[in-house]
Design a protein around this ligand. Structure first.
Ligand SMILES: Cc1cc2nc3c(=O)[nH]c(=O)nc-3n(C[C@H](O)[C@H](O)[C@H](O)COP(=O)(O)OP(=O)(O)OC[C@H]3O[C@@H](n4cnc5c(N)ncnc54)[C@H](O)[C@@H]3O)c2cc1C
Length: 332
């Protein structure tokens, strides 16, 4: 049987399908349409809260779902072996997963067992019209160049994709597809690893990747206490707090807030950057942000090249004025 079609490894938390699954399923649909092949989405549940068929509207032809208590607390051992089991069964030409902590752990183990390549943290995926290879683009050399990688000699072609890289379309409620239960052999569901529990890190509880407004601070914030005004602005706008790596490295705010190449990619409707210069590594995390507001005292700051609204001046004067303006608007 030849390698054909695309397998998306879905992301499930507490029985609910995560938006990253819809994002990748929709992208897989676009890629599969290039050669008329099929998209399969795999979901591993301990308790089915979301309807697996939801993925069909985003482009899946088949949703394969496995259900077992062993999928409750994340166990890399069990999940990667389930993925390998399905790959051997359906032989997809391409396997995609989100570059979340789960995807970043499952995919390398699966690729190593199968003996194929894996491109991690892609920000672009295309099909080569000449030969059908998957063109896997990702930042390289500290984000200063974009490298396009192909897996010419092995199958499947495996890639993880940074969440929020591609837009999530509205589902097509009329799309037809099927949901099939996967019987996972009992030996796969046994593991020497015993997950004890999950502890939510400070800042991880409210995920900025799911927010419509993100207010970020950089090195220009100068100290931890200054983030108080960003918290106030963010809470007035119903948003969350982001940060540059410089702010995180200075320990003014925790790593879960970091936006950029080595942090999170965010896709809010409004992104406010205060005291952030706009390095390529930071901009890699806001590629799909809607409207960018930048506050910086340097008129030549790179952030102004991508900003929709450039506010040049001292952030310690401008941010309090923004807070007052939002308060005035909300009181009307
Ligand atoms: C492999 C690699 C991965 C990386 N990953 C990331 C990442 O995920 N995210 C990330 O952010 N960076 C990342 N970086 C670091 C990146 O290169 C920059 O060093 C970092 O983004 C700089 O942060 P910054 O803009 O806050 O600081 P700076 O570049 O120092 O900029 C501070 C800005 O604040 C302005 N400013 C200062 N005071 C005020 C004031 N009072 N009012 C208004 N403006 C003021 C200044 O004009 C300046 O533009 C990475 C680097 C590498 C090599």
């Amino acid at each position: 049987m030849s390698w054909r079609g695309i397998l998306v490894i879905g992301e499930v938390r507490s029985g609910a399908i995560q938006p990253a699954t819809m994002e990748l399923t929709a992208k897989a649909r676009v890629l599969a349409d290039a050669d008329g092949s099929k998209v399969t989405t795999l979901l591993m549940f301990d308790d089915i809260v979301s309807d697996p068929k939801e993925c069909i509207g985003y482009g899946a032809d088949t949703v394969v779902f496995a259900c077992a208590p062993a999928f409750g607390l994340f166990n890399q051992d069990i999940q990667y072996r389930t993925v390998v089991h399905l790959i051997e069964k359906i032989r997809p030409a391409i396997v995609l997963a989100s570059a979340t902590s789960a995807g970043r752990t499952i995919m390398p183990a699966a690729a190593a067992v199968i003996g194929t390549g894996l491109t991690a943290d892609c920000t672009g995926l295309e099909i080569d019209p000449e030969n059908g290879d998957l063109l896997q683009t990702r930042p390289a050399i500290g984000g200063n160049v974009m490298a396009t990688i192909r897996t010419s000699d092995h199958r499947p072609q495996m890639a993880t994709v940074r969440p929020r890289t591609f837009p999530i379309p509205d589902p097509d409620q009329k799309r037809k597809g099927k949901a099939e239960r996967l019987d996972v052999p009992p030996e796969i569901l046994q593991s020497r690893v015993l997950p004890m529990g999950i502890e939510i890190q400070e800042g991880e509880g409210s995920n900025i990747q799911d927010m419509d407004v993100v207010v970020s601070g950089g090195k220009g914030m100068a100290r931890t206490e200054s983030f108080g005004m960003l918290h106030e602005l963010a809470s007035l706008l119903g948003g969350g707090i982001g940060a540059s790596r410089a702010a995180v490295d200075n320990r003014w705010i925790g790593y879960p807030h970091q936006v950029g190449l080595s942090g999170k990619a965010v896709s809010p409707k409004v992104y406010i950057a205060a005291g952030i210069s706009g390095s390529v590594q930071h901009l890699a995390g806001i590629q799909t942000a809607g409207y960018i507001v930048a506050v910086n005292k340097d008129p030549d700051a790179s952030i102004f090249r991508v900003a929709d609204l450039a506010l040049c001046g001292d952030l310690f004067e401008i941010v309090p004025k923004m807070i007052e303006a939002v308060k005035r608007e909300t009181e009307k």
